[in-house]
Ligand binder design. Structure first.
Ligand code: EPU
Length: 346
């Protein structure tokens, strides 16, 4: 297993925060995982915040150095596990680049991931936060997750229904964040394309492209165009995508809010639950394009916090608190952070 000491994490997190890892281990094969099993890595070093597993680093904010070891998951591989008349079952390793994998599935004629094009990061993070965009979540197509269970030292297969998936959440993220090292995902993809165009912006993008009956590659292209227009590219300006979740509230409370703020976007999730736009509320509070030192809010999208260069993780976190407070004061809504914070939160 490749290892190194005193490594700057700046190139390994899309916020570009300059934290330092005491040690880094590159997991590049199942042999490396077996070495870990043999060492029976104690789960407690994750619980105490000494160690960390890192994928693409596109959903993490470092507010301190890593005193222990960063395990960088770089295990690659895509496998056709099973095929029938309608669908295929693909196993994809956690260290594969997500977007490259999506493009590969489309080239193979396997459908279901086109709406999730251009999401930054690696495959292993996808079930962690149940990535979702433009009307699709990975939980829609995920059959199971293979993971090393630090508690038992065994490699386990966890069925989708046992992953605790909900909007931007899973057991890997919230209830048992330190228990599993995700190794691969099994995804059920379709051989016949059925477009998912419920997100209105996607249908209008396709109309703007003069496409009436889109194929999967055209849907992917439309998603890419929307993302490139609306979201800042982490390769150009450091960011971790949406910094807050869109809040879900009761329908009655949503009606009340809308009566005071007519332009407020409200999306119905069910008869009882509505989702609000965190970006809209943040923009209404005047934060879009705001900058303090090198920490800021994107000019393109109010939900995305950015690092203009030298911001520390703590400066970005402090800015997020000010934003959340103003949204709370003005709308009475509590914003919940999306990226994982590594380090102390005073
Ligand atoms: N809006 C504003 N100001 C802005 C941006 C958006 O007022 O600066 C309002 C507009 O009314 C817009 C609405 O917010 O119609 C929704 O905006 P958008 O379609 O960009 O979606 P979002 O709710 O802000 C969510 C995801 C995104 C995902 C898009 C599309 C969360 C936390 N974020 O954003 O995910 O790409 O929907 O499905 O659910 C990410 O996780 O990094 C991410 C980009």
């Amino acid at each position: 297993m490749k290892t190194a000491a005193d490594i700057s994490l700046k190139p390994f997190n899309s916020f570009g925060v300059n934290a330092v890892a005491n040690n880094m281990h590159w997991l590049e094969s199942m042999d490396d995982v077996q070495q870990l099993q043999a060492q029976s890595q104690p789960a407690s070093s994750f619980d105490t915040g000494a160690d960390l597993v890192l994928g693409g680093g596109s959903n993490i904010l470092f507010t301190s150095d890593v005193p222990g070891t960063v395990y960088l998951n770089r295990i690659r591989g895509r496998n056709l596990v099973e095929e029938d008349g309608d669908s295929v079952l693909i196993e994809v390793a956690a260290g594969e680049n997500w977007h490259e994998f999506v493009l590969w599935t489309l080239n193979q004629g396997y459908y279901g991931l086109e709406n999730l094009s251009l999401i930054p990061g690696l495959v292993g993070a996808a079930p962690m936060q149940n990535i979702g965009a433009y009307g699709v979540e990975i939980s829609n197509v995920l059959e199971s997750v293979k993971a090393l269970d630090w508690q038992s030292g065994q490699i386990v297969s966890i069925k989708s229904e046992d992953c605790g998936f909900s909007y931007r959440d899973s057991r890997f993220k919230s209830t048992e964040p330190d228990r599993f090292l995700i190794l691969s995902c099994h995804l059920r993809l379709l051989k016949n394309f059925k477009p998912e165009l419920s997100y209105t912006g996607l249908a209008s993008e396709l109309s703007a492209m003069n496409i009436k009956n889109p194929g999967a590659k055209e849907v992917s292209e439309a998603v890419i165009r929307i993302r490139q227009r609306k979201l800042p590219d982490p390769a150009v300006i450091a960011n971790a995508g949406s910094f807050f979740k869109n809040p879900e509230i009761g329908t009655d409370r949503a009606e009340e809010l809308r009566s005071g703020h007519e332009a407020m976007p409200v999306y119905r999730v069910s008869d009882e639950i509505c989702k609000l736009s965190a970006a809209w509320m943040i923009e209404q509070c005047g934060w879009k394009g705001f900058r303090q030192g090198d920490a800021g809010v994107s000019r393109d999208h109010a939900l995305v916090l950015v690092n203009h260069g030298q911001a520390s993780g703590f400066e970005i976190l402090e800015l997020s608190w000010s934003i959340a407070k103003s949204v709370q004061d003005r709308f009475g809504i509590t914003l919940v952070r999306e990226p994982q914070v590594f380090g102390a939160i005073p």
